[in-house]
Ligand binder design. Structure first.
Ligand code: SAM
Length: 265
């Protein structure tokens, strides 16, 4: 353990270390996921499904950039409406469907690519990945971005996130995700453990305000009872969970992870 004497001695001469930590590490950002998809070699006419598409903006971009045929799928009617409006406006060939990963509305072996970004934590991964493997053609590929717990996420922190942001606890666990993929017959082609990279990029690009996130967390803490009275416990918990999501990525409690899986031939 560092002694008090050592600590203050260290702090009195750590300016070089601090300067080093102010230099960018050139983190990858959200754009990199599209570059990764492009590097996998999609071909014009291939069939893509965006599972958990929300407003379908990513599906629209992928279909346009790679001349794919596509489906955008989400279980929430609210998101299906949003997605339909975006697709109409974009004028692309993309079919929006209401449905969940655990029961995909596609024939066996009918899909070339699955894009699944930021969805698996809400789902039953064993059933969901088995469905993905069922609908993928042999050697079809699935690109998944999922935020997973690390061993720094304490049980109470985990419970708070699970309850506040509608997570399936097992689906936060890398071992469970990897076992579910293996059991489904999805071979791991690549895994990228991004840790805080996207959030660093967002701060460096000014597209995420980490200071605002911390201010909201502190204000929620100091005014919790009044906020719960005014807005309800679920809304207050959801704000807290949503803001902690980014902060925990930056301090190593959550690790955004990208998997590229290929269906067995
Ligand atoms: C955090 S949003 C991500 C949306 C989008 N993929 C993106 O990256 O911006 C999670 C999405 O997963 C959807 N979702 C929740 N449960 C799902 C399920 N069982 N199957 C498929 N999608 C689901 C939600 O409705 C929501 O649109």
């Amino acid at each position: 353990m560092t002694s008090v004497e050592d600590l203050y001695e260290i702090w009195s001469r750590d300016s070089e270390l601090r300067e080093t930590l102010k230099q960018t590490l050139e983190p990858r950002g959200t754009e990199w996921l599209f570059e990764l998809f492009a590097s996998l070699g999609p071909r014009a006419g291939d069939v893509l499904v965006d599972v958990g598409c929300r407003d379908a903006k990513h599906a629209i971009r992928l279909v346009r950039e790679h001349e794919l045929r596509g489906y955008a799928l989400d279980p929430l009617p609210l998101h299906v409406e949003l997605a339909k409006a975006e697709v109409d406006q974009a004028g692309v060939e993309l079919t929006v469907l209401e449905g969940a990963i655990e029961a995909l509305p596609f024939d066996d072996h009918s899909v070339d690519w699955i894009w699944c970004r930021d969805v698996l934590v809400h789902t039953d991964v064993r059933r969901g990945l088995a469905e993905c493997a069922r609908v993928l053609r042999p050697r079809g590929r699935m690109l998944t971005y999922v935020t997973l717990a690390t061993d720094r996420l304490e049980p109470r922190e985990r419970n708070l996130l699970v309850h506040a942001t509608a997570l399936v606890p097992e689906s936060l666990d890398p071992a469970q995700i990897e076992a579910a993929a293996g059991a489904a017959g999805l071979q791991e082609i690549a895994v990228h453990r991004l840790a805080g990279e996207w959030r660093e990029r967002m701060i460096e690009d000014d597209s995420w305000n980490a200071a605002e996130a911390l201010l909201m967390l502190s204000r929620v803490q100091r005014r919790e009872d009044a906020l719960v009275e005014a807005y309800g416990a679920a809304a207050v918990d959801a704000v807290r969970g949503g803001q902690l999501w980014g902060v925990y990525q930056m301090i190593g409690k959550l690790c955004p992870t990208v998997y590229v899986w290929e269906r067995d031939a």
